[in-house]
Design a protein around this ligand. Structure first.
Ligand SMILES: [Fe+2]
Ligand SMILES: [Fe+2]
Length: 475
């Protein structure tokens, strides 16, 4: 057995969770099993949280002078446990320390199996073991997170939902709940997870209804694709796109409208295409073509309000991206970043049309439970907005980089080296959108993203983020 990480903590704090997350991430990268990261990261945090809760529970009973093993005292203690943690968590932590309570987490490899162990030094009571088994049994009946959300959970004992999600996460990486074993002895309780080498990754396929929906959406018009290709080609210039634009009256209207917008502050009307093209410049034309055409095609299929909602979000994310691009002095790709930011979430329009309210309900559940919404979304079985959006971008023959941004904007670590900076910027733009609404904390940032931009330290970046957020607030 090769132990890769081993750590003992008296309690399991948020900062311990972050340490664990980073270590697990590196371990799985080194083992070539990064595909399991979202699931295993969730499961380990869940198990460690439960181990911590088990220890806290004992401290609470001791503090309240109650005996865990006496049934009526057990129910009394449990009734006051939640509020005791909320009100006097630090006193309980002190009791824990005095009792020598601890949690030990380790992981490593043994003959190709990856082993993860979470131990806490409190033996489980028979009632707790049977509750655990009951919950696992109940968890087996669920197959997707939609089913879980539709089910009225009895949360009186807590922890049930977390365990159901754990079982779903295990299935997602191709293993079943029998690979997670709980054993209790006089010295404590261990949850041990064995991930076999041949566990087949739960394949990320799109739901049939999603594939059908994407088929219904019109193709990106040929002449727009042609213009985009010319814009990408450094040997071509304005003269090559003028004749193509002239064939499309709605494109002419959009270009003239943009060139006459107050942004350019010209004191005379712009009436010719050539002049409009010269004023706007190639990057702006490219941005406009992609974003305007995509919006038009989506509005032709979906409710305008649904498209508008995503566009409003994307416009703000694009604004953050533009500011970050300036601040990071990333000159190359500035236009692409904007386009990518405008398009990053359009998969959500399709998902919301097929399963109304799914993304909102997931977000709500995640806020309540402190989960990462992307992890929860991997359990929707084919309704993941990033994958849906990437499939549409592929159908529309978008450049590979844009497809990658859409696919990985919540998992920037997975992007290819070539696309990493642009994926990172859109991820950060989206992160600032959430930060502006207090939906995330700075600790939630994926650390490897900032490393992509090596010319700034983490503190310098945080300073930049604060400035950008302030600027937005004062708009
Ligand atoms: Fe997203
Ligand atoms: Fe987003």
């Amino acid at each position: 057995m090769t132990i890769r990480f081993s750590q003992t903590w008296d309690v399991f704090h948020h900062r311990h969770r972050l340490t664990l997350e980073r270590e697990v991430e590196q371990f799985l990268l080194d083992e070539g099993r990064y595909d399991c990261f979202p699931s295993l990261n969730y499961i380990l945090a869940e198990l460690a949280g439960n181990a911590d809760k088990a220890n806290l529970k004992r401290a609470h009973f001791q503090q309240a002078g109650l005996d865990l093993t006496v049934p009526d005292q057990y129910s009394r203690g449990m009734a006051s446990f939640k509020s005791a943690v909320a009100n006097s968590g630090s006193t309980l932590a002190l009791v824990l320390r005095n009792q020598g309570a601890h949690i030990k987490i380790w992981f490593g490899r043994e003959e190709g199996n990856l082993i993860f162990s979470v131990f806490n030094n409190a033996p489980m009571l028979p009632i707790e073991i049977s509750r655990f088994q009951e919950k696992v049994k109940m968890a087996r009946q669920f197959h997707t997170i939609q089913e879980v959300m539709d089910f009225e959970l009895d949360q009186s004992e807590g922890g049930g939902l977390g365990l159901i999600i754990t079982v779903l996460m295990l299935r997602k990486i191709g293993i079943d709940e029998s690979s997670l074993k709980l054993t209790s002895s006089a010295v404590g309780t261990e949850a041990r997870l064995v991930v076999p080498p041949l566990a087949e990754q739960g394949q990320e396929i799109l739901a049939t209804s999603v594939v059908e929906a994407i088929n219904q959406i019109p193709q990106f018009p040929d002449h727009v694709l042609k213009i985009l290709r010319i814009l990408e080609d450094p040997t071509k210039s304005f003269v090559h796109i003028g004749p193509i634009i002239r064939q499309d009256s709605s494109l002419i209207a959009s270009l003239l409208k943009a060139a006459n917008s107050p942004l350019y502050n010209l004191h005379r009307p712009v009436e010719s295409i050539d002049e409009a093209v010269a004023i706007l410049g190639l990057p702006a034309i490219q941005e406009m073509l992609i974003a305007v055409t995509a919006e038009k095609l989506l509005v032709s299929t979906y409710h305008r309000a649904a498209v508008q909602r995503i566009m409003d979000h994307s416009l703000e994310v694009a604004w953050y991206c533009r500011e970050l691009t300036k601040a990071a002095k990333i000159v190359d790709n500035a236009a692409n970043v904007y386009v990518c930011a405008m398009l990053h979430d359009f998969g959500e329009i399709i998902v919301n049309a097929l399963v109304p309210g799914l993304t909102d309900r997931i977000a709500e559940l995640c806020r309540a439970k402190g989960w990462n919404s992307f992890q929860a979304e991997t359990l929707t079985n084919g309704f993941n907005h990033s994958l849906v959006g990437a499939a549409l971008a592929e159908k529309w023959q978008f450049p590979e980089k844009i497809v990658e941004v859409i696919r990985y904007h919540h998992l920037p670590q997975e992007a290819s080296r070539k696309a990493a900076p642009i994926v990172g910027l859109v991820y950060l733009g989206d992160f600032l959108w959430q930060k502006a609404r207090d939906l995330v904390g700075w600790d939630d940032l994926v650390p490897s993203v900032l490393e992509t931009f090596s010319h700034k330290t983490k503190d310098e970046w945080l300073e930049t983020f604060r400035e950008v957020l302030n600027k937005r607030r004062n708009l």
